[in-house]
Design a protein around this ligand. Structure first.
Ligand code: MN3
Length: 200
């Protein structure tokens, strides 16, 4: 199965003013497309050709950087588009998820603060995460195309802190981007759906 670029699940201008049409045009149509194309080229003739994406990501980590970087970023971006929605974010989320976040991370407000701090604290390009590990929700950060998937955890929310995700709209203000992401963009229903799957 080769990688393909999905359509965005909303219009290009649907996330304004928190994420602009221009950002999504570059980020989805150019950056994600490049991961898809470069990934398909890198996969050719390797043991991972035709394997499910998660197996490619986990199997190539630390072994084949050209495959891993592109497959990892393809995986991350497939979810990233779905981790956002118009009028998203804030503190309202499905009850089971909220209970678990309160139990494991000290409450929704504390989680939002610590998630943003992880994103701000990621030196250079990378991602901030909520993930499920050993039955608990954790906060994590990873460099470049890595995700909790290669560290024995299941990602349930990720925020892309590569400059291509925020520089058009926020310039160097990464903290403002992370705050807007948490307050106005996160699709908590999708996070809850991934949590329910990971918790099984
Ligand atoms: Mn990106």
């Amino acid at each position: 199965m080769s990688f393909t670029l999905p359509e965005l699940p909303y219009a290009y201008d649907a996330l304004q003013p928190y994420m602009s049409r221009e950002t999504l045009e570059y980020h989805h149509d150019k950056h994600h497309l490049a991961y898809v194309n470069n990934g398909n080229n890198a996969l050719k003739g390797t043991e991972w050709e035709g394997k499910p994406l998660e197996d490619v990501v986990k199997g190539s980590f630390g072994k084949n950087p050209a495959v891993f970087n592109n497959a990892g970023q393809h995986f991350n971006h497939l979810h990233f588009w779905k981790w956002m929605k118009p009028n998203g974010g804030g503190d309202k989320m499905p009850g089971e998820l909220e209970k678990k976040i309160t139990a494991d991370l000290g409450g929704v407000a504390k989680m939002k603060e610590d998630f943003a701090a992880a994103g701000v604290g990621q030196f250079g390009s990378g991602w901030a995460w909520l993930a499920v590990k050993d039955g608990k929700i954790i906060i994590a950060k990873t460099p470049n195309g890595e995700s909790p998937l290669v560290h024995g955890a299941t990602p349930i929310l990720g925020c892309d802190v590569w400059e291509h995700s925020y520089y058009i709209d926020y310039r160097n203000r990464r903290p403002d981007y992370l705050k807007a992401f948490m307050d106005h963009l996160v699709n908590w229903d999708y996070v809850a759906e991934l949590y329910a799957k990971a918790a099984k």
